[in-house]
Design a protein around this ligand. Structure first.
Ligand SMILES: Nc1nc2c(ncn2[C@@H]2O[C@H](COP(=O)(O)OP(=O)(O)OP(=O)(O)O)[C@@H](O)[C@H]2O)c(=O)[nH]1
Ligand SMILES: [Mg+2]
Length: 253
């Protein structure tokens, strides 16, 4: 076969296997740290179950993803995952899932690795969401997951710190209800209700209109003005109130 023919076949194969997020759908991506159980236990020196520096690196990585060419409306991070909502009308890379997944996982992996000077990798999946209610369901679902995970993680490390092996701790937690997990922590002197909200609910990131003060050199007066800035919400509301909070952000995009 001639080179031109080979090229035509290759290009056709490549374009026929291309997938797109269909017009009108919201684009949600979720990145997740690859093998972070091993990374957080063996390679990094971190507080367990939650570490401020790790949490900050996740937030900074999520903020970085707001500046990678996509029109990101909302970011949410908990544990080793980051979800992003990309605008319904975003046409970047013609909405190719291959591009979304590879560019965002590459950007996140590179940025996060620099925070710890260690090789850290994120995977990325792209999800098409056809309507607003499903979008709200998606983010409420991730927040519920954050809550379950944090309760279990606190139980796990409390047991580990009190003589249980990894297997014993996992086995014990597996059979417990949420109420029993709360009770277990209480027995060891931990009141789950008073733990930092970012650990239990995750963190939201969005462009918020904030009042700023500037100096007018002509009139020599300080002036108030409004500016949109990337804002990190570490005290998210939950359930119905979180839904309303998100609805407002999505309405004011
Ligand atoms: N010490 C510590 N560990 C954390 C923190 N946040 C997340 N992790 C750990 O990150 C891991 C995330 O778990 P998963 O994403 O389910 O598992 P994984 O090992 O990353 O596996 P894959 O995602 O399937 O590649 C858990 O083991 C958490 O304990 C933190 O603030 N401190
Ligand atoms: Mg992971």
């Amino acid at each position: 076969m001639k080179f031109e023919e080979i090229e035509a076949v290759m290009r056709k194969n490549e374009s026929l296997s291309e997938q797109f997020i269909l017009p009108g759908n919201y684009i949600v991506v979720r990145l997740d740290g690859k093998g972070f159980t091993k990374l957080t236990k063996e390679k990094l020196t971190l507080e367990k179950p939650f570490d401020e520096r790790f949490g900050k690196a996740m937030i900074d990585t999520a903020k970085h993803l707001f500046n990678t060419g996509f029109k990101v409306l909302y970011g949410y991070t908990q544990s080793d995952e980051i979800s992003l909502l990309i605008d319904q009308d975003d046409q970047t890379f013609s909405r190719k899932t291959r591009k979304l997944n590879s560019v965002l996982s590459g950007e996140a992996s590179a940025f996060f690795s620099l925070q710890f000077q260690e090789l850290c990798v994120f995977d990325c999946r792209t999800i098409a969401i056809p309507n607003r209610e499903m979008l709200l369901d998606y983010f409420c679902w991730r927040q519920e997951d954050a809550h379950r995970n944090s309760l279990s993680a606190y139980c796990y490390w409390t047991l580990r710190n009190n003589g249980y092996t990894a297997k014993q701790a996992t086995g014990k937690i597996e059979k417990m209800t949420q109420a029993e997990k709360n009770e277990l922590l209480f027995q060891y002197g931990i009141n789950y209700n008073t733990l930092p909200l970012w650990q239990k609910r995750g963190v939201g990131i969005y462009n918020k209109e904030l009042m700023k003060q500037g100096f007018n050199p002509v009139t020599k007066e300080t002036v108030d003005y409004m500016r949109k800035e990337l804002f990190v919400e570490k005290k998210l509301l939950i359930r119905g109130e979180y839904r309303e909070f998100l609805r407002e952000i999505f309405n004011n995009k």
